[in-house]
Design a protein. Sequence first.
Length: 440
Amino acid sequence: MKRLWILLLTATLGVASAQGVRSLGMGGVTLPGPWAAGLNPAYAAYPADAYGPGGGFDLPLGLINLALRPSVSPLYYFTDFATFKNNFDVLAFLDQVSRPYEFMINPPSSPDEIVLHVSADGVRITDGSGKPFQLGTYSGGKSGAAGLPLPQPFLLVPIPTGLSGLHVSLGAFTSAGGFGLNPSPALSRDLASGSLQPNTEYSFSLTGAASAGVNVNLDFATPLPAISGFEGKVYLGGQLEGFYGLLYADAELTGTTTTDDHGAPGPVTYSNRLFYVYPGSGNGYGGRLDLGVALDYQSGTYGLGVRNLFGYESWSGVLHTNDGSGHSSENGHTVTRAAFDPAVYANGAYAQTLAGGDVVLYGADAAYAAGAFSAHAGVEYQKSIFRLRGGLGYENGLKLGLGAGLKLPGVSFDTALTSHQAPFSGQMVFGLAASLGFNF
């Protein structure tokens, strides 16, 4: 079985980021509607049948791959341990479950070893064959995975309140961040100049973090009364999201070397720091405030949401340190953050009815969070029960969407061709996304 080193780094990268097949076929666009309430709370009061099928759910058919392909399926542990041991790959499994709608045709492979390179050309990390890891893709500039704002929860379960406009829901979240390979200022300076200085200490650090827990969301959204002389309709919404943290890990591995009289690097010594939380050792808690507005005007809808207008979090756990000389210690430790760290999300959609009754739906969105920008634009052509889709998106690189679907009374079926870069390895993974929807 491939080494499990990647588990800590990727354990929570993508479950919350799964996109529906319709969205994938339109290049990743998120259309206005209640499904986008986590990005814009005003959509909690928006009709579900305006750009979607109304109430219902989709079956993520891509998860069937877990029963068919040994490299992504832990089920073989119980039925055929030899197959599991020889084929199961942690990176492939995590990449598959983070995209439950997709059948991955060529799942990624974990490297058998990690190699750190320090030279006049820079500091980099590769696998055993010299292929570089894509750590920069996941570097958000924060030291921890929980770092505000919190990710969208998944497995969200609504709790009836009986009050108009007030919504309560329970869910779970996963998060990962802070990944990077960071040289010390002296090492960056001298590598840029092309030569290391004699009798000088240099260091570099590898960082990464992950967290998981449960959420409780309290949000209120409502349409405003009609405005005289204005044809549009305005929706306002706000959300308070609290969380209780169950798992947290924030690690830093530092390598240090001192050059000799001629500027040649000496032996590298390693120190490490690991702050971790698990049930029994500690916990975390916190919350954030989100606000949003949406506008219906003529045949279009436009929304703007701002997450984390203010947020607070606290984690209490254990800090383990090793100074590289064989001395290590473990002590109780608490990490707290309070911040104004807004994440902005805007989207819109416009439906054009053609002379024959066919409909062309245009959609676009853009988001900025934690220093990262993403945007998508797509189109859907609706003719009777048939749907054709296409689009482009930008998420750490360009992505193409192409899909089709059938919409029948109470039932829908959607497919899309997909591709993405696997975490860390950067391998291009191709897949076929499919879902079966039941609408009511």
